[in-house]
Design a binder for this molecule. Structure first.
Ligand SMILES: Nc1ncnc2c1ncn2[C@@H]1O[C@H](COP(=O)(O)OP(=O)(O)O)[C@@H](O)[C@H]1O
Ligand code: SF4
Ligand SMILES: [Mg+2]
Length: 334
């Protein structure tokens, strides 16, 4: 692993099989994560984002591949194959935050107990008073009023519940946080507050984020680099600015053209995404995107494009990437 790299996902696959049908939810995904950066993962619903995140934290067992991780102690390990004891240690360093904080918060526990729970599970010898102190300090750090910690989750708003989820994930001092649609269920104004909080915490604590979202404007705002997934595959992976201003994959272009523009006087020509996402149990031949792609050629129907390095260093999986001039997220005024 390179010195500044904290994690390397290598050729990760996840297949789900039930009743004799196999769904390839994640196929051969590879990317690296630098310490302290935010990687955005985007794509339509069903393209494998959650499955990828869950495999990385070992909530799902990947079918193939590695997740190389540099531990706090400086060791390089494949997190997917370490033994149980080591896995428990490393799990403290890699935490996940979910979309719906409500369903993941036990309604019968006080907020203080919810935030404390990971300490109890991971540091059973820690004195109770220290746990309480830490939980209170963490609650304050994420903007919760410490006076309300004896209340139950139902008494809190969606934004506050997401803060509870963040506090609980941070209490054991992780280094990497996988945020799965962490702000998607919140109103736009509350979204902005939670994103600001995540950014402040990142700066203060040196955290690395894997930020999974179907919302491109949120991802553009928060990410240093962005990976675009389609039907379980990574089709483009680039610096945020480069990806949004000059996408090289037709799927990225189509996603960008669907981003709503707040200003009604601004006109953008939309490149509508034709049709539905194909069934991942029965993917198309050649390029998985070919049935929906405006630039499809004969070759695309038969030959799967590889994810290749482009002249500017980004990765893109399209036969025509270097010849097409695609439109980014810039609008022309009418
Ligand atoms: N536990 C599961 N069992 C079977 N199929 C699953 C499971 N989880 C996800 N899938 C399938 O894997 C694909 C990717 O799903 P998911 O990772 O949830 O996508 P996303 O988060 O991008 O919406 C979908 O086709 C979904 O139906
Ligand atoms: S390989 Fe062909 S079908 Fe696939 S995205 Fe590129 S141009 Fe479109
Ligand atoms: Mg999801």
């Amino acid at each position: 692993m390179k010195k500044d790299t904290i994690m390397e996902v290598e050729h990760l696959h996840k297949r789900f099989t039930s009743k004799g049908v196999t769904v390839k939810a994640v196929t051969d995904v590879s990317f690296d994560v630098k310490e302290g950066e935010t990687i955005g993962i985007v794509g339509e619903s069903g393209c494998g984002k959650t499955t990828l995140g869950r495999c990385i934290v070992r909530a799902y067992q990947a079918s193939e591949g590695k997740v190389m991780y540099r531990t706090a102690a400086g060791e390089e390990v494949d997190f997917l194959t370490v033994d149980k004891k080591k896995m428990k240690e490393i799990r403290k360093e890699i935490q996940m935050i979910f979309q719906d904080p409500y369903s993941s918060l036990d309604p019968r526990m006080t907020v203080l107990d919810i935030i404390k729970e990971p300490l109890k599970a991971n540091f059973p010898d820690m004195p109770k008073s220290e746990m309480d102190d830490r939980a209170k300090a963490m609650a304050e750090k994420v903007g919760l009023n410490p006076a309300y910690l004896m209340r139950y989750p139902h008494a809190f708003s969606g934004g506050q519940r997401q803060r509870i989820g963040i506090a609980r994930a941070l209490i054991i001092e992780p280094r990497i946080i996988v945020c799965d649609e962490a702000v998607s269920a919140l109103d736009v104004s509350i979204q902005a507050q939670v994103i600001n909080l995540l950014e402040d915490l990142q700066k203060e604590l040196g955290l690395t984020y894997l930020f999974i979202s179907h919302d491109l404007s949120v991802v553009e705002h928060i990410s240093d680099r962005v990976g675009v997934m389609y039907l379980g595959q990574m089709v483009e992976f680039a610096d945020t600015e480069a990806l949004f201003s000059h996408p090289m994959h037709p799927y990225t272009e189509a996603l960008l053209s669907g981003v709503p523009v707040a200003d009604p006087t601004v006109h953008i020509e939309r490149i509508p995404l034709k049709g539905e996402i194909p069934n991942p149990a029965n993917p198309p031949s050649g390029c998985y995107f070919h049935e929906r792609c405006s630039y499809c050629t004969e070759k695309c129907v038969h030959e799967a494009p590889e994810l290749k390095s482009m002249p500017d260093g980004r990765l893109c999986a399209c036969h025509r990437a270097e010849e097409l001039k695609l439109r980014g997220f810039t609008y022309s005024e009418e």
